[in-house]
Design a binder for this molecule. Sequence first.
Ligand SMILES: *Cc1c(COP(=O)(O)O)cnc(C)c1O
Length: 396
Amino acid sequence: MIPSILPTYARAPLSFVKGEGSWLFEADGRRFLDFGAGIAVNALGHAHPALVDALTQQARTLWHTSNLYHIPNQQALADRLVAHSFADTVFFTNSGTESCELAVKMARKHFFEKDMPERVNIIAFEGAFHGRSSAGIAAARSEKMTRGFGPLLPGFTHLPWADHAALDAAITPETAAILIEPIQGEGGIRPLPDQCLKGLRDLCDAHGLLLILDEVQCGMGRTGRLFAHEWAGIEPDIVMVAKGIGGGFPLGAVLATESAASGMTTGSHGSTYGGSPLACAVGCAVMDEMTAPGFFDHVSRVADHLRQGLERLVATHPSVFEAVRGSGLMLGLKCTAPNTDVLQAAYDACLITVPAADNALRLLPPLTVSREEVDEALARLDRAARQIAGPAPATT
Ligand SMILES: *Cc1c(COP(=O)(O)O)cnc(C)c1O
């Protein structure tokens, strides 16, 4: 008999009933250190006082009106995002995949309104993840997400990761945009080197293409800056945001330059819930915390500490871990042992991590994680690795 919840997830036998900072409380009373943060969503940890205040105050005042009217919180959040980024304009969504839908529509409309309606094709990359909507699965085109769901939305070209020659050859008069994650998340924490992101910017400029970045996972402070692309010193045309921007409340956004967004005229797009008073009250509180002096310094400092500890773990347990990769607090352990075994052993040590493709394990703690909590997570990972590696070989 089909379960009352559609069985599309293989769930771990864990039910959390309460969260506090970097900690989750299991129904049976165990305390788990949360280095998954709801897959990079709880950017400020669980039950952050500023977010709880923002949400409860707004809940007592006004939940929902409509985008038929002005929404002061939405205006305030858009102004903050524009002030702190490359963007001139913002559209609010409720999820990453909705941001993908709009990014694709916006790019196509941009060229349509510029009398280049043939430019509809979007170049995306193997190992990418852009969500589960029709555009999202067509853009990423993994076997798992697309099998049986055809016909797929046309207009996407797929290239291997880091194949420059293939990229040059793939650009045609029908190409509208290049879509890429500055750090692949689901793909196994694969960072795009800054030099390559600069190269993509140059390539887009040379061919008049739009550069669309999916920063749903790597954006909103994850790498120690508001957006990951800032490290490369480039400005994209369109950026997809979600996950961390709501700190756990459903909220997403598409950020764009005035030129990229020029085709999006009145009536051309909309959303019932996008940018609601509740969501934007929380989004403003998230932005206030992240842009407060010292916030990103803290992220960079604890991230360095975590990375150094992970490098030591890799050196100590070569039969379990192969390498550390990623940036800031978006780190991955490429595993030697099956990543599902390491995930399970970490659960046994009451540590939450998140598996990813390429036999990687993701470490995505709240950005507010303390140095002491990082030390505790490293100790728990060490315990997990010992459990997998078995007894140490006898010294001779
Ligand atoms: C999670 C994610 C998405 C999809 O976000 P949803 O909110 O689940 O729709 C898209 N792109 C990236 C890079 C993601 O990590």
